[in-house]
Design a binder for this molecule. Structure first.
Ligand SMILES: *Cc1c(COP(=O)(O)O)cnc(C)c1O
Length: 400
C-alpha cells in the first residue's frame, strides 16, 4: 500500500468517482481490501475474488447468480428454460433479498424454501436436511443454501459448521450472508460467533453496517477465483479490448452486472488506513458492550420485557415496553392485541417529538416489539438510559 497515497490523490482528482474503465488505483485498493476480507473470513486460497456491489441485496443476488452459473453454465446463453426446477434454501429469519434475487433471476419466489429457526432465530440444521430431501423427492434440484451471520431482526448466527456438513453431503453451494454480522470478524472477542464461515463458497459483508462506512459499501466475496468473471463477462469491445497495451487484469468491469459503477471502496480504504484493524475492532467491541448494557438495564426494569432472554449475540436487542394499563393483566389474546399497538403509538410519538428513533416489528405470532441495534460507536451509556426513560415517558401518557 505504501506509495499509493499520492496516486490516489491524483486519481481522485482526475475522476468523478464514477468510472467505466475504473482507474487502476481504485482497482488496486479494491484488490487489497477484498484480499484482506478474504483473510478475515479465514479462506486460505491465495487468489481472492470478489467485488464491491451496490448493497447487501445485490451482493446476495451475485451469490445466487454465480452459484447457479457454477452448476448450470448453460443458463447464461439458453436461460432458465434449459434448467431443471432448481431450489434454494434460507432460514425463515433470513433477509428478504433472497426472494428478490430469485424473482429477478427467474428462479421464482416459490422456489426459495424457508428453513425453520429455533427460538433464538438460528437455522435448524435438521429441518434444512429434511427440506432438502423433500425437494429432491419432488424431483426438484437443490443447489444453494444461505446461512446468516447476524440476522436482521434478532442478530442471530446460524450454526455454520453443521450447515456446511449438510452442504458438503448434498453437493450444495454454501453462502453466508454476513451483511450485518461480518464486522465481528474484526473482533478477537466476538469472531468465534462466525466460526465455520470459512467453509462457505461465498460471503456477503456490508462495511456500511457494523464498520460504520457511509452508505453504500458492500462486498461479495468468492472462494473460487474466476467464476464471477466467467458468469458475467460479455467482453464488450468498446471497453475491454484484450489487445490493450497494458495489464488487462485491471479491467474488472466485466465481473459486474453493471457497466459504469461507483467507487465504493475508496471511503472504506481511507477509513481502514485511518483507524486500522484495531480501530475497527475497538469500535465494534464498544457497540457490543452497548447492546449488553441495554440488555442488563432491561432485565432490571419490570416495565420492560425481553423478546429472547439470553444475552444478545450481536447488537440487536429486542424488547417490549409494558405500559401501566397492561401490567398484571391476564396474558390473553386481548392483551396481545393491545401490546401490539404499544410500539406503533410510541414510535409515532417519538417521531413527532424527535427525541429518539428506534425501530419496531412483529415476528410471527409475537406482537410488535422494539428492536434496538448499535452500530454507531458514538452512542454512550447515557444515551441508552435516555432511550429507556423516554420510552417510559411517552408510554406512560398514551392510551392503548
Ligand atoms: C441489511 C441486510 C441485507 C441487505 O443489505 P442492503 O445493503 O441494505 O441491501 C442483507 N442481509 C442482511 C442479513 C442484512 O441485515
Amino acid at each position: 500500500m505504501v506509495g499509493l497515497a499520492g496516486e490516489w490523490l491524483t486519481a481522485a482528482a482526475n475522476t468523478n468517482m464514477f468510472t467505466y474503465e475504473i482507474a487502476p488505483v481504485f482497482i488496486i485498493m479494491e484488490g487489497i481490501l477484498i484480499k484482506k476480507m478474504h483473510e478475515l473470513v479465514g479462506w486460505r486460497e491465495l487468489d481472492a475474488d470478489g467485488i464491491f456491489s451496490p448493497g447487501g441485496t445485490i451482493s446476495n443476488l451475485y451469490s445466487v447468480l454465480v452459484a447457479r452459473y457454477k452448476f448450470f453454465p448453460i443458463v447464461k446463453t439458453k436461460g432458465m428454460a434449459a434448467l431443471p426446477k432448481i431450489v434454494l434454501f434460507t432460514s425463515e429469519h433470513s433477509h428478504y433479498s433472497f426472494q428478490k434475487a430469485s424473482a429477478v433471476l427467474g428462479i421464482g419466489i416459490e422456489n426459495v424454501i424457508a428453513v425453520k429457526c429455533d427460538e433464538r432465530g438460528k437455522m435448524m440444521p435438521s429441518d434444512l436436511e429434511e427440506k432438502i430431501m423433500a425437494e429432491k423427492k419432488k424431483g426438484h434440484v437443490p443447489f444453494y443454501v444461505s446461512a446468516t451471520a447476524g440476522t436482521t431482526v434478532y442478530g442471530a448466527f446460524d450454526p455454520f459448521d453443521k450447515i456446511a456438513d449438510i452442504c458438503e453431503k448434498h453437493g450444495l453451494w454454501m453462502h453466508v450472508d454476513a451483511a450485518w454480522g461480518g464486522g465481528l470478524l474484526l473482533s478477537k472477542k466476538h469472531r468465534t460467533k462466525l466460526s465455520g464461515i470459512e467453509r462457505a463458497n461465498s460471503v456477503t459483508w456490508n462495511p456500511h453496517k457494523m464498520m460504520g462506512v457511509p452508505l453504500q459499501c458492500s462486498a461479495i466475496l468468492f472462494r473460487e477465483k474466476g467464476l464471477l468473471q466467467a458468469c458475467n463477462e460479455l467482453c464488450a469491445n468498446y471497453l475491454f479490448q484484450p489487445d490493450k497495451q497494458y495489464d488487462v487484469s485491471y479491467d474488472t468491469g466485466d465481473k459486474t452486472i453493471q457497466c459504469g459503477r461507483h467507487v465504493d471502496v475508496f471511503k472504506l480504504w481511507l477509513m481502514w488506513k485511518a483507524k486500522g484493524s484495531i480501530g475497527f475492532e475497538n469500535q465494534i467491541n464498544r457497540c457490543l458492550e452497548n447492546a449488553e448494557y441495554l440488555y442488563e438495564k432491561l432485565i432490571l426494569r419490570d416495565n420492560f420485557e425481553l423478546v429472547f432472554v439470553d444475552k444478545p449475540e450481536h447488537t440487536n436487542v429486542c424488547f417490549w415496553y409494558i405500559p401501566p394499563c397492561l401490567k398484571g393483566m391476564p396474558r390473553d389474546e386481548e392483551w396481545n392485541t393491545r401490546l401490539h399497538k404499544v410500539a406503533v403509538k410510541i414510535k409515532a410519538q417519538m417521531m413527532e417529538e424527535g427525541t429518539i428513533m428506534v425501530n419496531y416489528q412483529p415476528m410471527k405470532e409475537k406482537p410488535n416489539f422494539f428492536r434496538m441495534v448499535f452500530c454507531n460507536p458514538a452512542s454512550r451509556k447515557s444515551d441508552i438510559d435516555f432511550l429507556l426513560s423516554e420510552i417510559e415517558r411517552l408510554g406512560s401518557y398514551l392510551e392503548f
